[in-house]
Design a protein around this ligand. Structure first.
Ligand code: TXA
Ligand code: MG
Length: 319
């Protein structure tokens, strides 16, 4: 790929207008969502989608998530049945991705990697929402990092692996959720990738129908993590060796603590799992950039969003 001059623009009308112009021109741009920064391109333009794969160096069998501004736009690219509609009503806009039957011809086949389903998400972030509404296009967007590297939760993280490979990064500060969206198979209710939304806990509300009929607790969440195509075993990887469940530092290691385990850094000193998720990729980036030769990380409880954190850590440690 020929090198490009990558610009960073602060979120605002000028940044969105410039990003929309690039998208209309078939380019891809990095834009924040509430989970991680995404690398967005027009999902209906196969050449634009190919540029995402090229910039990331991503294997082309790995299908991409398509972002749309609302449920009506989702229905133009996917078949939304009653079960999926209930989930959408509850969690959209937000960090939930639904895998649904694709409407034939609605997105480039490169987006779905030839599957007859498409992963759809309505993000809550103001920058991605503004870009979706300004372009009027469904936007395919994987995380804005080179394939198999740590996901970006800040504009500076994007530049670490994509500087010179994309034309624009929109900077709107650190993301809030910190790990990628929960992916649910809209037809079976199975969790394909754990994430910020735990459909079991139904935060902020009483138990609803899907709490009992869609997803069984804990065990199913884990089991489901292996069934999404493209969930490569080694993923989100720092360049250094990563040791999990560490309670103390060994020779030359950079220790990332949690709760009572203290080290060079911490995911959350108070042991708060939501805070830990928001800090996870930031902490891995800092560890990777430090002078140490290896990384160790404290144990993180495997409940709630901790399941998503441990899913990402397991992939990051796998070489
Ligand atoms: O939070 C997020 O979801 C971020 C932000 C940018 O929105 N995006 C993201 O996209 O994580 P990506 O492309 O890195 O993750 C896509 C995941 C892959 O694991 C892929 O296997 C799965 O979604 N996926 C995509 N299409 C699918 C399909 N039709 N069936 C099953 N899994 C699918
Ligand atoms: Mg990714």
């Amino acid at each position: 790929m020929p090198p490009t001059n990558t610009r960073t623009l602060r979120y605002g009308p000028a940044a969105i207008a410039e990003a929309a112009r690039l998208i209309a021109d078939g380019q891809c741009v990095a834009v924040p969502t509430e989970t991680v920064y995404g690398l967005a391109a027009d999902a209906s333009d196969s050449a634009a989608v190919a540029r995402i794969y090229a910039a990331k160096g991503r294997p082309s069998f790995n299908p991409l998530i398509v972002h749309v501004p609302d449920l009506a736009a989702a229905e133009r690219i996917a078949v939304v049945d009653d079960r999926a509609r209930d989930l959408a009503a509850r969690w959209w806009p937000g960090p939930l991705t639904l895998v649904l039957p694709v409407q034939t011809g609605a997105v480039a086949s490169l987006v779905t990697a030839g599957l007859d389903t498409v992963a759809v998400r309505v993000p809550a972030h103001r920058a991605m929402q503004a870009l979706l509404r300004t372009t009027g296009k469904p936007l395919a967007a994987p995380s804005a990092n080179a394939s198999n590297r740590i996901s970006p939760t800040r504009a500076a993280h994007v530049l670490l692996t994509l500087d010179g490979r994309i034309p624009l990064v929109i900077d709107d500060g650190p993301t809030t959720a910190g790990v990628e969206s929960t992916i649910i198979d809209g037809q079976t209710g199975k969790v394909l990738r754990p994430g910020p939304i735990d459909p079991i806990s139904r935060e902020g509300g009483g138990p609803g129908p899907e709490a009992t009929t869609l997803v069984a607790p804990g065990a199913r969440l884990r089991e489901g993590t292996v069934v999404a195509p493209g969930q490569l075993a080694s993923h989100y990887a720092p360049t250094k060796r990563l040791r999990l469940n560490a309670t103390e530092r060994r020779n030359g290691e950079w220790l990332i603590g949690f709760g009572a385990v203290t080290g060079d850094d911490t995911l959350s000193a108070s042991g708060d799992l939501v805070e830990a998720a928001a800090h996870l990729f930031d902490a891995l980036h800092r560890a990777d950039a430090s002078g140490s030769t290896a990384i160790a990380i404290a144990p993180v409880p495997d409940d709630g969003i901790g399941v998503a954190i441990n899913d990402r850590l397991g992939r990051a440690a796998h070489r």
